[in-house]
Write a protein that binds this ligand. Structure first.
Ligand code: DON
Length: 303
């Protein structure tokens, strides 16, 4: 039951059943600033294509969007660069953890897809070449899309990512060695970390993602003029958005989605709505445990 009428009662029930599930997961602590977030937080927000909204719990509290930013960076890059982007990054699921380097060596420095770290670092590099201040522009643009006057930037998370980012820097150096980096490993990882350090609430995220629901949906929708852009981004979310859990999530929920280690998941029901859920405790694959359950409950037996 995902129609706007009666959705509040449905969200109430989802919160009641899913918030307690966080005890079975673990908050990400490899970025220490994320490890301090209380695991019991739970928020969910739906932004319908017609402008209606519904939300529950901690849906108005900003959290670190982390890898969810990769969807917005990809949209930005595809709009700016177009199909040439695919010369430098693939669009197949990786079946690997988000920060794995294993395939990069086999595939000669071409990351499997833009939603794993290696691919997102290539996207960050490609955007830097066009516009050195793209991460600031993206924060402004996210704020416009979310109608919130600018997405917040979490300096503490950014500093923490920089301090503990050796694996991402290794990926960037490897990309450079394989001639798939045009700026520098330092600049590309810094931009990537900056994009991941945006803080948004579930309400803001769901509103900001309305442009993916259908053409002309949400403010600044005109920013995306390329035909087929939304469908293509949703396809990559569906196949690659939850890394090595993408198949299981597709089976359970069936919506294009993107997770972040901050505990957020953004999902899109094409033509109908964008939904964001936040519960910081993660499962073994780095995806919000209660967040996945909440989306599964939301779609219920639909279809
Ligand atoms: O690169 C990292 O490790 C983080 N900035 C982002 C990771 C992330 O959110 C992966 N998603 N589930």
């Amino acid at each position: 039951m995902t129609e706007p009428d009666g959705i509040e009662a449905r969200l109430d029930e989802i919160e009641r059943r899913c918030r307690p599930l966080s005890v079975e997961g673990r908050v990400a602590d490899y970025i220490p600033a994320l490890g301090r977030v209380p695991p019991s937080k739970f928020g969910m927000a739906i932004a319908y294509a017609d402008g209606r909204e519904a939300w529950i719990g901690d849906a108005e509290e900003p959290f670190s969007i982390q890898s969810i930013s990769k969807v917005f960076s990809l949209a930005h890059a595809l709009e700016a660069i177009g199909e040439d982007l695919w010369r430098r990054v693939g669009r197949e699921p990786s079946g690997m953890a988000f920060n794995s380097m294993a395939l990069l060596e086999h595939e000669d420095g071409i990351p499997r897809n833009p939603l794993i770290n290696a691919g997102a670092i290539v996207v960050a590099d490609a955007l830097l070449e066009i516009r050195p201040d793209w991460t600031e522009a993206q924060l402004d643009w996210l704020g416009r899309l979310a109608e919130s006057g600018g997405a917040a930037f979490d300096e503490e998370v950014f500093a923490s990512e920089e301090r503990h980012g050796d694996l991402n820097r290794s990926i960037a150096w490897y990309l450079k060695a394989k001639d798939n980096l045009r700026t520098s490993p330092e600049a590309a990882t810094r931009a990537y970390f900056r994009a991941c350090s945006a803080a948004m609430s579930c309400r803001e995220l769901a509103r900001a993602a309305r442009f993916l629901v259908r053409p002309g949906c949400g403010p600044a929708a005109e920013h995306f003029a390329r035909p087929g852009l939304r469908r293509r981004i949703r396809a990559i979310m569906r196949t690659c958005g939850l890394y090595d859990a993408a198949g299981d999530f597709a089976y359970r929920v069936g919506l294009p989605a993107k997770s972040g280690v901050g505990g957020g998941i953004l999902a899109i029901e094409p033509g109908k709505f964008a939904v964001a859920v936040w519960s910081p405790a993660l499962d073994a694959k780095g995806n919000s445990l209660a967040g996945q359950a909440a989306l599964e409950m939301l779609v219920g037996e639909a279809g």
